[in-house]
Design a protein around this ligand. Sequence first.
Ligand code: HEM
Length: 165
Amino acid sequence: MGKSSMVIFEPEETKHLVYLKAALYETLRLYPSAPIERKTVATTDIMPSGHEVHTGDTILISLYSMARMEGVWGKDCRDYNPHRWLSEDGNKLVYVPSHKFLSFNSGPRMCPGKDIAVVQMKTVVAAVVWNFDMEVVEGQSIQPKLSCTLQMKNGLMMILKKREI
Ligand code: HEM
């Protein structure tokens, strides 16, 4: 294979990359692309929490905050830990209900593109990691910018070097 050639993967080839999927879910847990969900109450009711809600009320759910709640994700909720998604032997993903991991929403309006999105992310990350050595530029201020979609305030500078493969 020539030095300048890039290796890319078919979606099928990334099927067994369980740790990569766990890492992507963990990234989307802490940094959900849509950090806030908005729901409108259809019928006056009492929530399991005991809160009374009325028809037409707007409920805002901060996924960004939920990811940082010990009551939802445990003591290490603020840590980036892909292992929380994996079985003990690391070979399988554990079941996590969508009402806990809300990054693709939950219920009838759940993101229908979830599986496509995961396959795309896996093929892209696998290709980038395979083809390049990567280094994060030191001394950056890496901060989230909260908006309708979660962005990076100052971006992220990386040094990429083509690997000779
Ligand atoms: C990492 C990537 C993605 C994330 C995090 C994501 C997340 C979401 C979320 C949170 C919603 C619900 C928004 C709401 O409150 O109404 C949603 C809806 C939707 N997504 Fe995605 N999405 C992703 C990729 C995709 C892709 C690749 C497609 C198409 C191939 C897609 C198609 C849709 C559609 C059509 C809806 C509207 C569903 C409905 O309202 O019934 N998404 N997505």
